[in-house]
Design a protein around this ligand. Structure first.
Ligand code: GLC
Ligand code: CA
Length: 572
């Protein structure tokens, strides 16, 4: 079904990137080939047949560029060099060629809101106030307290805790870093910066890559007044309104589109924290002057500030289905006719889906993982799978801080537990269990051998101890496995235009337990109902119109009921 635009099956314009299923590879943790405990490109290449078997069409490859790895590669020191821990450009080309040979496209993760402080642009930039690279980054004079103490230009807090400004003695100015101190923000006001980004994107497109996932694209245009933000309970201020969806963001994205993106047949998806429907309709406008689609985050962050959150996202809150449903329904309906949706439950920044939204106890793990997959994959949009999600991999249970690797976790721990006493060690570990990014960064569970078949050596981060029960080897040939269920959903999407292009209508919107919807296209309809609870519930959706069963996660559907975590789908 990979024809491009032009058929008349519905009003929705056809495009190949609307018809695909995308799989995120987090390279550190996918497959190690040289026994150093770190995943690499050769290892990834060996595992591509597994992805072909699953049936995915596109890989989103998390960063593999040269990096000091302060934020696992989201801190780039050279955009045209592969980090030696992953291999080299030859290994990259081989991986790309192998993927293409299997019919799989590869999109790169483009992190251009900031670079590493070890990028030579930054090394130059910090040398003097009149260095030609000075304006590649955001340098500002600080303030001075009454007692003479030097203070940052404003109160913004970095995403990874602490001030978003770092003082540099050499030139007596501060540089902005919305993320770690080793991730200085690029200054997109500079035309040279924008040209550099265009040049490096063209360089990768010419090498054969099939598109980009744009890291924090909604943050590239800053309010040039740099005002103080709304105070938080830890004394810092929110940068949000002055950094996200800033004054020139659409102009900058359009420039990239005009100069590069529109010149290649590629797929683009932008990570857009804090995006509203109105903004999303611009980023992913149907005229195609910006990006193909964006990731919005409302359904994975709505409960941040409710009771149970100590600070920011850190807490023990669990999402409530009706809230999650209301948010995704809003996006499904709100973008209809304007923009294309992306669909995801998790990525490398989120906890594992089955632990967060489903039930990862042995009794319900598989069935709830399948239910979540069904609920998401039959919506309208391009689905994204994070490596291991197709196996029902779960959160890690963190018992000590030594197990944590993530700069975000270490930062919040230092600040909230050690410096400010906002919560206790135990509370923070409980919050880590719930939301830490390392939950989904543990090695891919390939089989039940030592280190889960990921490596012969001690991995850079612990393998989840449940790898003996949960691994690919035990699932790929089992028709009832979570893997086979994902495979089936992908096959259905490939063979049924209604799943790609059909309209989406929410059903049973008052139900506390059931998430249901109907898709329609050209007189055809499918009805999807998912029970998000561990109880059997009544469901009268099919009383008048039984339809033909299309897919489900129970061997037997009981009329008028949905069993615990049952997903049931009919056609007609
Ligand atoms: C994005 C990435 C995340 C990273 C951050 C800074 O949110 O997904 O992993 O830490 O940007 O680059
Ligand atoms: Ca390796």
């Amino acid at each position: 079904m990979h024809e491009t635009e032009g058929t008349n099956m519905s009003e929705e314009k056809h495009a190949w990137w609307k018809e695909v299923v995308c799989y995120q590879v987090y390279p550190q943790s996918f497959q190690d080939s040289n026994s150093d405990g770190i995943g690499d490109l050769r290892g990834m290449t060996e595992r591509l047949p597994y992805l072909a078997k699953l049936g995915i069409d596109v890989i989103w490859l998390s960063p593999v560029y040269l990096s000091p790895m302060d934020d696992n590669g989201y801190d780039i020191a050279d955009y045209r060099v592969i980090d030696p821990q992953y291999g080299n450009l030859e290994d990259f080309d081989k991986m790309l060629e192998t993927a293409h040979g299997l019919g799989i496209k590869v999109i790169m993760d483009l992190v251009a809101n900031h670079t590493s402080d070890e990028h030579w642009w930054f090394k130059e930039s910090r040398k003097s106030r009149d260095n030609p690279y000075r304006d590649y980054y955001v340098w500002k004079d600080g303030k001075v307290a009454e007692d003479g103490t030097k203070l940052p230009p404003n109160n913004w807090e970095s995403t990874f805790s602490g001030s978003a400004w770092q003082y540099d003695e050499l030139t007596d100015q501060w540089y902005l870093h919305c993320f770690s101190v080793k991730q200085p923000d690029l200054n997109w006001e500079s035309p040279s910066v924008r040209q550099e980004v265009c040049d490096l994107m063209s360089w990768w497109c010419d090498r054969g890559v099939d598109g980009f996932r744009f890291d924090v694209i909604s943050m590239i245009s800053k309010d040039q007044r740099f005002p103080d933000g709304k105070p938080k309970k830890n004394g810092f201020g929110e940068y949000g309104p002055y950094v996200t969806n800033g004054p020139r963001v659409h102009e900058f994205v359009q420039e990239m589109n005009e100069k590069v993106l529109s010149r290649y047949d590629i797929m683009t998806v932008g990570e857009a924290q804090g995006v509203t429907l109105e903004e999303a309709r611009k980023y992913a406008n149907a005229e195609g002057t910006e990006l193909d689609m964006i990731f919005q985050f409302e359904h994975v962050s709505a409960w941040k500030t409710t009771a149970g959150a100590y600070i920011g996202k850190w807490g023990v809150n669990k999402p409530q289905m009706p809230k999650v449903r209301a948010l995704l329904n809003k996006w499904q309906l709100g973008l209809e006719g304007y923009s294309w949706n992306s669909l995801f439950w998790n990525n490398h920044d989120q906890p594992r889906a089955v632990s967060r939204f489903g039930n990862d106890s042995p009794e319900w793990r598989e069935v709830s993982a399948k239910m979540l997959a069904c609920c998401l994959h039959l919506m309208k949009g391009t689905p994204y799978i994070l490596q291991g999600e197709e196996l029902g991999m779960t959160n890690m249970h963190f018992t000590s801080l030594d197990q944590c690797r993530d700069v975000e976790e270490l930062g919040i721990y230092r600040q909230a537990v050690e410096e400010q006493g906002i919560c206790t060690h135990e509370q923070m570990l409980a919050a880590f269990d719930n939301v830490a990014r390392d939950n989904c960064r543990t090695p891919m569970q390939w089989d039940d051998s030592a280190f889960a078949g990921f490596s012969d050596a001690e991995p850079w981060i612990d393998v989840n101890p449940n790898y003996q029960e949960i691994n690919a080897a035990s699932q790929v040939d089992d028709p009832d496995s979570v893997f086979s269920f994902y495979r089936r959903l992908i096959e259905l999407r490939h063979s049924m235009p209604i799943i790609v292009y059909g309209t989406y209508q929410p059903l049973l919107e008052d139900s506390e337990a059931i998430w249901a919807y109907r898709r329609e296209l050209d007189g055809q309809a499918i009805t999807v109902a998912c029970n998000w609870t561990s109880e059997t519930v009544d469901c009268d959706l099919w009383d008048e119109r039984p339809g033909t069963p299309l897919v489900g996660n129970y061997p037997q559907h009981l009329p008028g009921k949905l069993q615990p975590y049952e997903a049931y789908v009919t056609l007609g």
